[in-house]
Design a protein around this ligand. Structure first.
Ligand SMILES: Nc1ncnc2c1ncn2[C@@H]1O[C@H](COP(=O)(O)OP(=O)(O)OP(=O)(O)O)[C@@H](O)[C@H]1O
Length: 255
Protein backbone atom coordinates (compact mmCIF):
# COMPACT_ATOMS: atom_id res chain seq x y z
CA UNK A 1 0.00 0.00 0.00
CA UNK A 2 1.49 3.35 -1.05
CA UNK A 3 2.02 5.84 1.77
CA UNK A 4 -0.05 9.00 1.36
CA UNK A 5 0.66 10.72 4.68
CA UNK A 6 3.96 10.35 6.52
CA UNK A 7 4.41 12.14 9.82
CA UNK A 8 7.78 11.68 11.48
CA UNK A 9 8.59 13.01 14.96
CA UNK A 10 6.47 16.10 14.27
CA UNK A 11 6.43 18.73 17.00
CA UNK A 12 4.60 22.05 16.98
CA UNK A 13 5.34 24.53 19.75
CA UNK A 14 3.15 27.51 20.65
CA UNK A 15 3.65 30.41 22.99
CA UNK A 16 1.00 31.05 25.60
CA UNK A 17 0.88 34.74 26.61
CA UNK A 18 -0.35 35.49 30.12
CA UNK A 19 -0.94 39.20 29.52
CA UNK A 20 -2.53 41.24 26.77
CA UNK A 21 -1.13 44.73 27.08
CA UNK A 22 2.44 45.99 27.13
CA UNK A 23 1.66 47.63 30.48
CA UNK A 24 0.62 44.30 32.00
CA UNK A 25 3.76 42.63 30.61
CA UNK A 26 5.98 45.39 32.00
CA UNK A 27 4.31 45.12 35.43
CA UNK A 28 4.67 41.33 35.47
CA UNK A 29 8.34 41.61 34.51
CA UNK A 30 8.94 44.17 37.23
CA UNK A 31 7.41 41.76 39.73
CA UNK A 32 9.59 38.96 38.42
CA UNK A 33 6.55 37.02 37.15
CA UNK A 34 6.41 34.88 34.03
CA UNK A 35 4.88 36.64 31.02
CA UNK A 36 4.60 33.65 28.73
CA UNK A 37 5.12 29.91 28.46
CA UNK A 38 5.96 27.66 25.57
CA UNK A 39 4.28 24.33 25.16
CA UNK A 40 4.07 21.57 22.58
CA UNK A 41 0.59 21.38 21.02
CA UNK A 42 1.83 18.36 19.05
CA UNK A 43 4.80 16.47 20.45
CA UNK A 44 7.00 13.97 18.67
CA UNK A 45 4.15 12.40 16.71
CA UNK A 46 4.90 9.72 14.12
CA UNK A 47 2.59 7.63 11.93
CA UNK A 48 1.91 6.81 8.31
CA UNK A 49 -1.38 6.56 6.43
CA UNK A 50 -1.65 4.37 3.36
CA UNK A 51 -3.62 5.02 0.21
CA UNK A 52 -7.35 4.56 0.72
CA UNK A 53 -7.16 4.34 4.51
CA UNK A 54 -9.73 6.27 6.50
CA UNK A 55 -8.28 7.50 9.77
CA UNK A 56 -10.19 9.13 12.63
CA UNK A 57 -8.29 11.46 14.96
CA UNK A 58 -9.74 11.67 18.45
CA UNK A 59 -8.80 13.23 21.77
CA UNK A 60 -10.01 15.70 24.35
CA UNK A 61 -10.27 19.46 23.70
CA UNK A 62 -6.88 21.01 23.23
CA UNK A 63 -5.09 17.70 22.64
CA UNK A 64 -3.61 18.88 19.33
CA UNK A 65 -5.96 17.36 16.71
CA UNK A 66 -6.59 20.53 14.71
CA UNK A 67 -2.92 21.48 14.88
CA UNK A 68 -2.01 18.08 13.44
CA UNK A 69 -4.66 18.50 10.73
CA UNK A 70 -3.30 21.93 9.85
CA UNK A 71 0.21 20.53 9.48
CA UNK A 72 -1.08 17.79 7.18
CA UNK A 73 -3.02 20.32 5.10
CA UNK A 74 0.11 22.48 4.83
CA UNK A 75 -1.44 25.48 6.61
CA UNK A 76 1.19 25.06 9.36
CA UNK A 77 4.72 23.68 9.36
CA UNK A 78 6.09 21.54 12.20
CA UNK A 79 8.85 23.18 14.26
CA UNK A 80 10.75 19.92 14.15
CA UNK A 81 10.23 16.59 12.44
CA UNK A 82 8.46 16.28 9.11
CA UNK A 83 5.01 15.96 7.58
CA UNK A 84 4.88 14.66 4.03
CA UNK A 85 1.80 14.10 1.89
CA UNK A 86 1.23 12.75 -1.58
CA UNK A 87 -1.19 14.19 -4.13
CA UNK A 88 -3.91 16.78 -3.92
CA UNK A 89 -5.47 17.58 -0.54
CA UNK A 90 -8.95 18.97 -0.09
CA UNK A 91 -11.37 19.20 2.77
CA UNK A 92 -12.76 21.21 5.58
CA UNK A 93 -9.99 22.77 7.66
CA UNK A 94 -11.09 26.33 8.24
CA UNK A 95 -14.65 27.33 7.46
CA UNK A 96 -14.68 30.24 5.09
CA UNK A 97 -10.89 30.54 5.04
CA UNK A 98 -10.09 32.81 2.15
CA UNK A 99 -13.70 34.02 1.80
CA UNK A 100 -13.99 37.67 0.82
CA UNK A 101 -16.85 39.10 2.92
CA UNK A 102 -17.92 41.75 0.42
CA UNK A 103 -18.12 39.29 -2.48
CA UNK A 104 -21.19 37.15 -3.16
CA UNK A 105 -21.37 33.47 -2.31
CA UNK A 106 -21.12 32.67 -6.02
CA UNK A 107 -17.95 34.74 -6.51
CA UNK A 108 -16.46 33.26 -3.36
CA UNK A 109 -17.27 29.82 -4.71
CA UNK A 110 -15.11 30.56 -7.77
CA UNK A 111 -12.36 31.99 -5.60
CA UNK A 112 -12.41 29.10 -3.16
CA UNK A 113 -12.40 26.55 -5.98
CA UNK A 114 -9.33 28.26 -7.48
CA UNK A 115 -7.57 28.29 -4.09
CA UNK A 116 -8.24 24.57 -3.80
CA UNK A 117 -6.66 24.00 -7.20
CA UNK A 118 -9.71 23.57 -9.44
CA UNK A 119 -9.33 24.81 -13.00
CA UNK A 120 -11.86 27.19 -14.52
CA UNK A 121 -13.22 24.39 -16.72
CA UNK A 122 -13.58 22.02 -13.74
CA UNK A 123 -15.36 24.68 -11.68
CA UNK A 124 -17.69 25.53 -14.58
CA UNK A 125 -18.52 21.83 -15.01
CA UNK A 126 -19.29 21.37 -11.30
CA UNK A 127 -20.83 24.80 -10.62
CA UNK A 128 -24.47 23.68 -10.60
CA UNK A 129 -23.71 20.65 -8.41
CA UNK A 130 -21.79 22.79 -5.90
CA UNK A 131 -24.59 25.38 -5.73
CA UNK A 132 -27.18 22.64 -5.36
CA UNK A 133 -25.14 20.96 -2.62
CA UNK A 134 -24.68 24.23 -0.68
CA UNK A 135 -28.45 24.78 -1.02
CA UNK A 136 -28.29 28.46 -0.08
CA UNK A 137 -31.19 29.50 -2.33
CA UNK A 138 -31.08 33.14 -3.35
CA UNK A 139 -28.37 33.79 -0.76
CA UNK A 140 -25.81 32.42 -3.21
CA UNK A 141 -25.79 35.92 -4.76
CA UNK A 142 -25.66 37.76 -1.41
CA UNK A 143 -22.36 39.04 0.02
CA UNK A 144 -20.86 36.49 2.38
CA UNK A 145 -20.63 39.12 5.14
CA UNK A 146 -24.37 38.51 5.70
CA UNK A 147 -23.98 34.73 5.98
CA UNK A 148 -24.39 32.86 9.25
CA UNK A 149 -21.50 30.60 10.26
CA UNK A 150 -23.58 27.60 9.16
CA UNK A 151 -24.10 29.15 5.72
CA UNK A 152 -20.36 29.78 5.33
CA UNK A 153 -19.70 26.22 6.38
CA UNK A 154 -22.17 24.95 3.74
CA UNK A 155 -20.50 26.91 0.98
CA UNK A 156 -16.97 25.94 2.08
CA UNK A 157 -17.86 22.28 2.42
CA UNK A 158 -19.79 22.20 -0.86
CA UNK A 159 -16.71 23.43 -2.73
CA UNK A 160 -14.22 21.23 -0.85
CA UNK A 161 -16.27 18.11 -1.35
CA UNK A 162 -16.33 18.60 -5.12
CA UNK A 163 -12.55 18.87 -5.47
CA UNK A 164 -11.06 15.68 -6.84
CA UNK A 165 -8.49 14.92 -4.17
CA UNK A 166 -6.16 12.13 -3.13
CA UNK A 167 -6.48 13.02 0.55
CA UNK A 168 -9.68 14.40 2.07
CA UNK A 169 -9.33 16.02 5.47
CA UNK A 170 -12.15 17.23 7.68
CA UNK A 171 -12.38 18.79 11.12
CA UNK A 172 -15.84 17.95 12.35
CA UNK A 173 -15.82 20.89 14.77
CA UNK A 174 -16.12 23.14 11.72
CA UNK A 175 -19.13 21.36 10.31
CA UNK A 176 -21.66 23.69 11.84
CA UNK A 177 -24.36 23.04 9.26
CA UNK A 178 -27.81 21.85 10.30
CA UNK A 179 -28.88 18.22 10.54
CA UNK A 180 -30.09 17.70 6.95
CA UNK A 181 -26.87 19.26 5.67
CA UNK A 182 -24.74 17.04 7.92
CA UNK A 183 -26.65 14.03 6.60
CA UNK A 184 -25.81 15.08 3.06
CA UNK A 185 -22.14 15.55 3.97
CA UNK A 186 -22.10 12.14 5.60
CA UNK A 187 -23.38 10.52 2.43
CA UNK A 188 -20.85 12.38 0.28
CA UNK A 189 -17.95 11.47 2.57
CA UNK A 190 -18.94 7.83 2.34
CA UNK A 191 -18.84 8.10 -1.45
CA UNK A 192 -15.42 9.75 -1.27
CA UNK A 193 -14.21 6.88 0.89
CA UNK A 194 -15.69 4.28 -1.45
CA UNK A 195 -13.85 5.93 -4.35
CA UNK A 196 -10.60 5.08 -2.57
CA UNK A 197 -9.68 8.55 -1.35
CA UNK A 198 -7.54 8.64 1.78
CA UNK A 199 -9.49 10.26 4.63
CA UNK A 200 -8.16 12.04 7.71
CA UNK A 201 -11.06 12.95 9.96
CA UNK A 202 -10.93 14.82 13.29
CA UNK A 203 -13.95 14.03 15.42
CA UNK A 204 -15.35 13.75 18.94
CA UNK A 205 -18.16 11.53 17.76
CA UNK A 206 -17.73 7.76 18.21
CA UNK A 207 -20.71 7.16 15.90
CA UNK A 208 -19.18 9.21 13.10
CA UNK A 209 -15.77 7.60 13.46
CA UNK A 210 -17.27 4.09 13.54
CA UNK A 211 -19.12 4.76 10.33
CA UNK A 212 -16.38 6.44 8.40
CA UNK A 213 -13.04 5.18 9.67
CA UNK A 214 -11.12 1.93 9.82
CA UNK A 215 -8.41 3.19 12.14
CA UNK A 216 -8.16 5.64 15.04
CA UNK A 217 -5.34 7.85 16.32
CA UNK A 218 -5.74 9.19 19.86
CA UNK A 219 -3.92 12.34 20.94
CA UNK A 220 -3.42 13.20 24.60
CA UNK A 221 -1.75 16.52 25.45
CA UNK A 222 -0.12 16.55 22.03
CA UNK A 223 1.23 13.01 22.20
CA UNK A 224 0.03 10.09 20.13
CA UNK A 225 -1.07 7.55 22.73
CA UNK A 226 -3.03 5.14 20.55
CA UNK A 227 -2.94 4.02 16.93
CA UNK A 228 -5.15 1.09 16.07
CA UNK A 229 -8.70 -0.24 15.69
CA UNK A 230 -11.72 2.03 15.96
CA UNK A 231 -13.50 0.26 18.82
CA UNK A 232 -10.32 -0.02 20.85
CA UNK A 233 -9.51 3.66 20.29
CA UNK A 234 -12.96 4.72 21.45
CA UNK A 235 -12.55 2.49 24.51
CA UNK A 236 -9.20 4.14 25.35
CA UNK A 237 -10.99 7.50 25.45
CA UNK A 238 -13.99 6.14 27.42
CA UNK A 239 -16.17 7.96 24.88
CA UNK A 240 -18.68 5.14 24.82
CA UNK A 241 -19.47 5.30 28.50
CA UNK A 242 -22.34 7.17 30.12
CA UNK A 243 -25.64 8.37 28.77
CA UNK A 244 -24.17 10.75 26.21
CA UNK A 245 -21.35 8.48 25.12
CA UNK A 246 -22.40 7.68 21.56
CA UNK A 247 -23.81 10.90 20.19
CA UNK A 248 -25.46 11.16 16.84
CA UNK A 249 -24.55 14.68 15.87
CA UNK A 250 -21.37 13.81 14.04
CA UNK A 251 -20.72 14.50 10.40
CA UNK A 252 -20.60 10.85 9.57
CA UNK A 253 -22.95 9.48 12.18
CA UNK A 254 -26.28 7.76 11.82
CA UNK A 255 -29.39 9.92 11.89
N1 LIG B 1 -2.18 29.51 16.85
C1 LIG B 1 -2.06 29.13 18.10
N2 LIG B 1 -1.32 29.83 18.99
C2 LIG B 1 -1.17 29.45 20.27
N3 LIG B 1 -1.74 28.34 20.79
C3 LIG B 1 -2.48 27.59 19.95
C4 LIG B 1 -2.70 27.93 18.58
N4 LIG B 1 -3.49 26.99 18.00
C5 LIG B 1 -3.76 26.11 18.97
N5 LIG B 1 -3.16 26.44 20.12
C6 LIG B 1 -3.19 25.70 21.39
O1 LIG B 1 -2.69 24.40 21.10
C7 LIG B 1 -3.40 23.41 21.84
C8 LIG B 1 -3.98 22.38 20.87
O2 LIG B 1 -5.01 23.02 20.12
P1 LIG B 1 -5.84 22.25 18.97
O3 LIG B 1 -6.78 23.25 18.39
O4 LIG B 1 -4.89 21.56 18.08
O5 LIG B 1 -6.61 21.17 19.85
P2 LIG B 1 -7.82 20.21 19.44
O6 LIG B 1 -7.45 18.85 19.92
O7 LIG B 1 -8.13 20.36 18.01
O8 LIG B 1 -8.98 20.79 20.35
P3 LIG B 1 -10.60 20.79 20.16
O9 LIG B 1 -11.06 19.40 20.39
O10 LIG B 1 -11.01 21.71 21.26
O11 LIG B 1 -10.89 21.34 18.80
C9 LIG B 1 -4.43 24.15 22.65
O12 LIG B 1 -3.91 24.36 23.94
C10 LIG B 1 -4.58 25.49 21.95
O13 LIG B 1 -4.91 26.51 22.84
Amino acid sequence: MATYIEVENATKTFTMQYHRSIKQIALARARGQKTHDRFNAVEDVSFTVGRGESVGVMGLNGSGKSTLLKMISGVMQPDSGSVLTRGRIAGLIATGAGFQPQMSGRDNLWLNAAILGMSEAETRRKLDDIIEFADLGKFIDTPVVYYSSGMKSRLGFAVAIHVESDIFIADEALAVGDRPFKRKCKQRMREIRENGTTIFFVSHSPGAVRQLCDRVLVLEKGKLTFDGGVDQGIKVLHYDEGEDGDDDEGLGSED
